[in-house]
Design a protein around this ligand. Structure first.
Ligand SMILES: [Mg+2]
Length: 381
């Protein structure tokens, strides 16, 4: 009897442990702090001391366009991303206003995303400066381990790139993302599954993912002003106002439920970079690397079943300056010759104007992807 009980007990414990492992999903959300502005501060450290605004100029008039990113000194003056540049100039007239250097940001982002992916069981890039990592198995379902891993990632990012990020850890993507936004910049917030309820109680309804200004207004009209009230609202009522899918989603999110998996998205760019045997300012000497790199990239594009339109050369100087120059093809391509020809042209143009540049590393990147369509394309003939 006693033995039976013991055996039974052992089996029971095993079941608990294994089901626990399956259930304890741990997701990490990483958000790079004021990414574009932080990168500009790195390039020019004097800018870090004052308000800095990175702009997407539309080119129509001198100041038309919107703010893409602002450092915290500029935010304190009321500047935020999405704001028209003209307003930002009124709020922060003494700020430095810089045009966005998207190729450079993409370049650094590519390196960082590869770094993050190495820490995850499954990895999903959400945008140029945000990623979700499923670390359930890596951390054996332990939030203590997940916190240690987050600290390690933050340290490594600073070590490699001199950048800071905010990290949120939670039982799903929704809570992890909200946790990352909870303390910025340079934050680390862990919300374990048992803490979800209290965490949501502390947040405003507009902080709930998927609730924009418009939805918040519509909910307020129904008397729903907090996440707790939203969680208590009948699903059918929410579905009546917001549609079946969206109504259910709002209900689930208010309860902290989110089953969306972390999914690897297809690559957004393919790149290769080499270190030159000798530093060089001779475009012809550097161009010998075009064909082998292009062949490798074209093969990867074929393997990934993508067509690219944008081709970029990456040049790193002996003083670790990063330069990128891009060209966009008239149509989508998968051709090795398109890559190498474009790169030779870009190299020639760059060194014509920058003959003093001493290149240490040379790379090629293709991006702006399209999936092949059914109809025949020019390069198939
Ligand atoms: Mg960010």
């Amino acid at each position: 009897m006693g033995l039976c009980g013991l055996v039974g007990g052992t089996i029971y414990i095993k079941i608990i442990i294994s089901s626990n492992l399956e259930m304890n999903r741990i997701i990490m959300h990483i958000d790079l702090d004021y990414f574009y502005a932080q990168l500009e501060e790195l390039r020019n450290p004097q800018l870090a001391q004052k308000p800095l605004v990175v702009c997407m100029y539309s080119g129509r008039t001198l100041d038309s366009g919107a703010v893409a990113s602002a450092n915290y000194a500029a935010r304190q003056l009321g500047v935020h991303a999405g704001m028209p540049i003209i307003y930002a100039k009124k709020k922060a007239p003494a700020a430095a206003f810089l045009p966005a250097d998207r190729p450079h940001y993409e370049d650094v982002s590519g390196r960082i995303m590869a770094l993050f992916a190495g820490f995850a069981d499954r990895f999903e890039q959400e945008s140029i400066d945000e990623a979700s990592l499923d670390v359930s198995a890596k951390c054996a379902g332990s939030y203590v381990e997940a916190k240690k891993l987050a600290e390690k990632i933050k340290w490594k990012l600073h070590e490699d790139e001199r950048l800071s990020c905010s990290v949120g850890v939670g039982p799903n993507k929704l809570i992890a993302k909200m946790a990352a936004g909870h303390r910025k910049p340079d934050g680390l917030v862990v919300v374990s599954s048992i803490e979800v309820k209290d965490f949501l109680r502390s947040k405003a309804i507009a902080d709930l993912h998927g609730v924009g200004e418009k939805t918040a207004g519509a909910l307020a009209q129904k008397g729903i002003k907090t996440i707790v009230q939203l969680a208590a609202a009948p699903v059918s009522e929410l579905q009546e106002s917001f549609g079946e899918k969206r109504g259910l989603l709002l209900h689930e999110h208010a309860l902290g439920i989110d089953n969306d998996p972390v999914e690897e998205k297809a690559a957004r760019q393919i790149s290769r970079i080499v270190t030159l045997r000798e530093n060089s300012s001779d475009p012809n000497a550097i161009a010998v690397h075009c064909s082998p790199l292009a062949a490798d990239i074209a093969r990867k594009a074929k393997d990934a079943n993508v067509l690219f339109r944008t081709i970029t050369i990456l040049l790193v100087s002996d003083r670790i300056e990063n330069i990128t120059r891009s060209t966009t093809l008239p149509g989508p391509s998968q051709s090795e010759v398109d890559i190498s020809d474009s790169c030779r042209g870009l190299l020639g143009e760059f060194f014509e104007k920058n003959s003093q540049f001493v290149c240490r590393r040379f790379g090629i990147r293709v991006s702006n992807f399209e999936e092949p369509k059914a109809q025949k394309r020019i390069f198939e003939y």
